[in-house]
Design a protein around this ligand. Sequence first.
Ligand code: SF4
Length: 259
Amino acid sequence: MKAPGRPLVVSYGMGVDSTAMLVWMHQRGVRPDAILFADTGGEKPETYAYLDHMDRWLASVDCPRVTVVTKPGQARRSKHKTLEQNCVENETLPSLAFGYKSCSLKWKATPMDQWVSRWQPAQDAWARGEKVVRAIGYDASPADLRRSKIKETSKFTYWYPLRDAGITRPGCKELIESAGLPVPMKSSCFFCPAMHREEVVYLAEHHPDLLRRALDMEEGARDGKHGLKTTKGIGRSWSWTKFVADELPDYGKARCVIG
Ligand code: SF4
């Protein structure tokens, strides 16, 4: 539980787990001091639309609205405004496709870190010799239990309320529904290498334009200056282009009809 007086910052991914975590906190009288969502510029439209739901609900329970943070220097120094643009212009894929995590570190963790480092309540806490509490929405499912669990750094204490409370994915959905909120879809970039095949099918059916952009990214990386030597495509061990050609033969036809 949050120690009295210490600033509490929620890393909010706008997906099921972190939304459930906010509901869980509210039900126990825990009020975050800041709720941060790191926008890579590549979330699916459903995720961006969910921000309105959350902001309305947060206002109704007297919590701060979601603060959207973006890549540091986005507006000032970098020519790449989004992760997608960064990949396309460099003829590459998100680093997760090569087994690294620098895409989420650069486009999600760093913007949140930099926001907190400029935040007065954090600076005041550090001046007092205290740490800022960061709440992370990993749940108690086996998959999330395998994810890293940092406890302390020199500036932060990490808190995993859903894990500590033993709440798994079904429990998360129940929590969200109990607050009268719609259950959000899984949040991620629409070209995320962690996506499953059924999510690619969803893109084809609901956002064929986004799937086309993802396939263009994969094609650009495959045919570009670096080529794809250690990975088959966005899916790392599988190519989205081949999957679509093999399993979604109507996808291209649909595009022609759409124009
Ligand atoms: S959602 Fe996927 S592609 Fe986007 S930053 Fe995270 S790991 Fe990288």
